[in-house]
Design a protein around this ligand. Structure first.
Ligand code: PLP
Length: 381
């Protein structure tokens, strides 16, 4: 049985779809269902819908529509980029990724290792989980052909110094491609490819109230090599009939965004502070370089998994670390990078534009009370 009243505070895992997008998707699926490659009216209509969405996505990231290639999400986009860039190399080379990348990057990077490339992880600074730029400077080599660095970390909300990192690697390795995962920042923080210094970015619709299973790569300059063939759609990088309803909703989502940054920052801080004040918890990486919608909180004496379940029973949904780690009970490499190896007492609270003041105020008083009960039970009478 699910509790009747739900307060969804797990927006970094996924967001509720905006009903207006769902309605438009349904209309397109049933009325404008042509294959965008067909040359009759229905096909041309689908192509037109995609053209509009491509422009909306491009506008959201300071790019040109021709630079956008739609994919089935960010995991696929990142894999196409990492593997496709490496496939252009005539021999195994050198790749850098940050130590706190999403598994979508880490796992594809492992495939590159298996193929003989040297992949090294650049550490982050312990106090704010931002990339250690001095170490990056010492690690980059003239032959480094790829740097993967996310814009906002999904577990801690730490905003990464992408522009400065890109400058450092380009100076030492001018042909190095900078790949930036903007999944958590798009629609909330300014994302401008030029300003970030990124050659390729990857994004996902379901993190900004769009549908699941839609994302994109935005590619400036030389494209990654295609990994498989088909009908040549999306510049041949992601061939296959396009998900036109989903792509249309992704475009709409880029226009509406994730919510007001100032409000989200105030709310995440209020939620974190209520746990600090009443449970002696600690907000991790809370500072000006934290993204407004995510707060990670370490609660001594309360196992995250138990906390998540106790809160869920009362209709408050948060997560332990990232959703991927949560489900498969893997240890978080992100927490390990912060020196919190094996920590099992960190929960992540993440907000979106469907949260409201009442929910935040209810959660701020209910969460410490419920978690105090968990702690008391653990200690025993
Ligand atoms: N990158 C980051 C930072 C994420 O948070 C996620 C999703 O959790 C992904 C990539 C993967 O995105 P998708 O679910 O679209 O494959």
């Amino acid at each position: 049985m699910f509790p009747r009243h739900q307060i969804y505070l797990d927006n970094a895992a996924t967001t509720a779809m905006d009903p207006a997008f769902a309605q438009e998707m349904s209309r397109i699926a049933t009325e404008a269902y042509g294959n965008a490659s067909s040359r009759h009216d229905l096909g041309l209509e689908a192509e037109q819908i995609m053209r509009k969405a491509r422009q909306q996505v491009a506008d959201a990231v300071g790019a040109e529509p021709e630079e956008v290639a739609f994919t089935s999400g960010a995991t696929e986009a990142l894999a196409l980029a990492l593997l496709g860039i490496a496939a252009r190399e005539s021999k195994p080379g050198h790749v850098l990724i940050s130590a706190i990348e999403h598994p979508a990057v880490q796992e594809s990077a492992q495939l590159l290792r298996d193929r003989g490339h040297i992949v090294e992880e650049v550490p982050v600074c312990m106090e704010d989980a931002r990339l250690d730029l001095e170490t990056l400077t010492s690690m980059v080599r003239q032959e480094t052909f790829l740097l993967a660095l996310m814009h906002v970390n999904n577990e801690l909300g730490a905003i990464q110094p992408v522009t400065r990192a890109a400058r450092i690697v380009k100076r030492a390795a001018p042909r190095c491609v900078v790949l930036c995962d903007v999944v958590q920042s798009l629609g909330l923080l300014p994302v401008d490819m030029g300003q970030l210094g990124a050659d390729i970015i990857a994004a996902s619709a379901h993190k900004l109230h769009g549908p699941k299973g839609v994302g994109c790569l935005v590619i400036r300059g030389r494209a990654p090599a295609a990994l498989y063939g088909g009908g040549g759609q999306e510049r041949g990088l992601r061939p296959g009939t396009e998900n036109v309803p989903g792509i249309a909703a992704f475009g709409m989502a880029c226009l509406k965004g994730k919510g007001d940054p100032e409000t989200l920052r105030r709310w995440t801080r209020a939620l974190g502070a209520s746990l600090e004040d009443r449970l002696g918890a600690k907000m991790l990486c809370d500072g000006p370089k934290r993204a407004p919608h995510i707060i990670a909180v370490q609660i001594p004496g309360v196992r995250a998994e138990v906390a998540v379940n106790a809160l869920a029973r009362e209709g408050i949904y948060v997560s332990s670390g990232s959703a991927c780690h949560g489900r498969h009970s893997l240890k978080s490499t992100v927490l390990a990078a912060l020196g919190l190896e094996g920590a099992d007492d960190v929960i992540r609270i993440s907000l979106g534009r469907f949260n409201n003041e009442d929910e935040v105020s209810h959660a701020s008083s209910a969460m410490p009370r419920l978690l105090e009960e968990v702690r008391r039970k653990r200690k025993g009478p």
